[in-house]
Design a protein around this ligand. Structure first.
Ligand SMILES: Cc1cc2nc3c(=O)[nH]c(=O)nc-3n(C[C@H](O)[C@H](O)[C@H](O)COP(=O)(O)OP(=O)(O)OC[C@H]3O[C@@H](n4cnc5c(N)ncnc54)[C@H](O)[C@@H]3O)c2cc1C
Length: 439
């Protein structure tokens, strides 16, 4: 039977308010944000189902960094040991120019005196870890794959959402709240925007891959070399001492500014477009150099890698509409500088679950969540447009385009640490903020 708007209207009329503590949340999207929300709501005793459009949760993507404030939340969900099994605790971050001159070196996570580590991890492994925990704690039937949200409606008492499976069959689910954790092309976000259009592109293309190679420096170090025009990001994401002794799975990202973003995007900003060596190498050879790693050789040794434009969206004036709200990339897609994409989705999830557990009216909880999280994440979207903490590199490269004999002639350590420190405080992961005890 085909689902129609009329049928949805009729159905919403019959939605019952769960009320009295047996609220049901419909989460759209089984990414890092959606799955963390499922775990956080379950901890609060709220009934939850995740609907994911993909036929199965597969380990897609390459590396992500997850910052100590988000790791604190995952640790409180009992996931620290599982994280250690599949990721690497990042110990230091070194900012360099594109030609490899060191600008700033900072300890990270535990090494920086925080109570929680920062993790470099394969995105797919993090998603799998969350998925496994969700299935274990909530039951396999609470993560419905092959379930694509096509439309939804709400009234005073609940929401009704229509889904479509891979064969085009449609059905309707009812709940008290609906949360769009459905990524940068969010269907839920689109429902509230007359002309959502494409995400905005800043003219930077990113090639992204991971390959087994020798470790560098501490084996837990991360390097960011180059500002917004030409950049390399490098960090190890996994060790396998038995299968690959002495080697590490190295995540790399090469960014190149090809225009000012006024030209049309070269391809849709999905996550699975394969990159070509011939396209990336002109932005590497003679452009990016590190003493620690042979970058061209590492890229050539990468079996396959991906390419996509660096995109975000203009911050919204509103996320929550009655019983419906947004979370993670659906709410605040941001440039991947400053390592905040996955981390902020995790923070959204915990904030929303806490508020839903406390509120007598779900719409009030969603409004409070909007007020708590939207301004904070909008500020990060805007800061990332200017390079985030990596602005220290742009600053030095602008002042000394041909390099420097002494960094002190270009910028003082105080000036550089102030930029990075201000970003950390704004995004909520300074030592003081992370180590603050609850209550
Ligand atoms: C395949 C993939 C690979 C990625 N790779 C990287 C990477 O290598 N490095 C990095 O830093 N970031 C990567 N990201 C982005 C990163 O995961 C996010 O920035 C961050 O983790 C926030 O996650 P999220 O849960 O909000 O959104 P996402 O991770 O984008 O998850 C959204 C989920 O919603 C599902 N969905 C979308 N529309 C619907 C619908 N209508 N109905 C049901 N489900 C729907 C999607 O299939 C997806 O699983 C990737 C995202 C994806 C989807």
């Amino acid at each position: 039977m085909r689902f129609s708007l009329l049928a949805a209207r009729a159905l919403i009329g019959r939605v019952k308010t769960a009320g009295g503590g047996d609220m049901r949340a419909l989460i759209i999207g089984g990414g890092i944000g959606g799955l963390t929300l499922a775990l956080a709501l379950h901890r609060k005793g709220i009934e939850t189902t995740v609907f994911e459009q993909s036929a199965q949760i597969r380990e897609l993507g390459v590396g992500v960094n997850t910052l100590p404030h988000a790791i604190k939340e995952l640790a409180e969900l009992g996931l620290l040991e599982a994280l250690d099994a599949v990721g690497i605790r990042t110990e230091e971050l070194i900012y360099k120019t594109a030609s490899g001159q060191e600008i700033l070196r900072q300890p990270r996570g535990i090494a920086a005196g925080l109570d929680y580590p920062q993790f470099s991890i394969h995105r797919g492994k993090l998603q799998s870890l969350l998925h496994n925990a969700t299935v274990q704690r909530l039951g396999a039937e609470k993560v419905k794959t092959g379930a694509k949200l096509v439309r939804f409606r709400q009234n005073q008492t609940g929401v009704a959402a229509a889904f479509e499976d891979r064969k085009g069959r449609r059905w309707v689910e009812h709940g008290d709240v609906l949360i769009g954790a459905d990524g940068i092309h969010s269907t839920v976000r689109r429902a509230y925007r007359r002309s959502p259009g494409q995400p905005s592109w800043n003219g930077i293309l990113m090639w992204r891959g991971a390959t087994w190679t020798d470790p560098f420096l501490t084996g837990r170090s991360m390097i960011i070399a180059g500002g917004m025009k030409a950049k390399l990001v490098l960090y190890p994401i996994f060790n396998d001492p038995e299968g690959r002794p002495g080697k590490t799975l190295m995540n790399w990202v090469v960014c190149a500014k090809l225009g000012d973003g006024s030209t049309p995007m070269p391809s849709r900003d999905d996550w699975s477009k394969k990159g070509e060596l011939a396209d990336v190498m002109p932005h590497v050879e003679g452009v990016l150099h590190l003493d620690e790693v042979d970058i061209p050789a590492m890229i050539r040794a990468t079996p396959e890698f991906y390419v996509y434009p660096m995109c975000d969206r203009e911050p919204l004036k509103r996320w929550s509409h009655g019983r419906v709200t947004l979370l993670g990339d659906a709410a605040h897609p941001m440039y991947p500088v400053g390592s905040n994409g996955a981390s902020q989705a995790i923070l959204d999830a915990v904030c929303l679950s806490d508020l839903l557990a406390e509120a007598s009216d779900p719409a009030d909880a969603l409004a409070a969540y909007d007020a708590a999280r939207r301004p904070a994440t909008s500020a990060i979207v805007r800061a990332n447009r200017k390079g985030g903490p990596e602005r220290v590199i742009d600053l030095v490269e602008e002042r000394a385009p041909d390099g420097f004999a002494s960094l002190d002639d270009v910028a003082t350590p105080d000036e550089l640490t102030a930029i990075v420190g201000a970003y950390q405080r704004m995004a909520g992961f300074s030592a003081k903020q992370v180590n603050r005890k609850a209550g």
